[in-house]
Design a protein around this ligand. Structure first.
Ligand SMILES: [Cu+2]
Length: 150
């Protein structure tokens, strides 16, 4: 078991880790998908088979290669579809792009209006920074133990 002294030390270490990690808190990587045929494509995977996991601050860019498409946030049945991002009415100009930067962890579905009925949809998973996970776990431990004190 951890005594209060070691928990205090742990908390200090967490604070130090946060300070040390400050410059690495924002990512800026860009992941490019293509719109081709009746699918979103990424690294040989299409639509719901795409496994794209990114970090807060990373950007997803959709590149029109072929076909008549758009990019609409949310899955097709989402009443708030298109509220987070929307590339505009369907278009088919090869080489045009649309991009969105994700800041909050979560699972973000998106789809194409003309082809939503035939499965042109996918999602992006945004995970917290690894340092943030450690921070949350350690803070939880710290506060839980503190609350037990009379
Ligand atoms: Cu489409």
């Amino acid at each position: 078991m951890l005594g209060m002294r070691s928990v205090g030390w742990l908390h200090g270490a967490v604070v130090a880790a946060v300070v040390a990690c400050a410059p690495c808190a924002v990512h800026g990587d860009t992941y490019e998908l293509t719109l081709q045929g009746i699918s979103f494509w990424y690294e040989g995977q299409a639509n719901m088979d795409i496994d794209l996991t990114i970090l807060p601050g990373d950007t997803v860019r959709w590149l029109w290669v072929e076909g008549y498409h758009n990019v609409v946030s949310g899955f097709p049945d989402d009443p708030n579809g298109g509220e987070l991002f929307y590339s505009g009415p369907p278009a088919g100009v090869p080489g045009s792009t649309f991009e969105f930067t994700f800041w909050d962890p979560g699972i973000y579905g998106y789809h194409c209006h003309p082809h939503e009925g035939i499965g042109m949809m996918s999602y992006v998973t945004v995970i917290p920074e690894p340092g943030t996970l450690a921070l949350l776990a350690a803070s939880g431990l710290f506060w839980k133990r503190r609350r037990r004190r009379p």
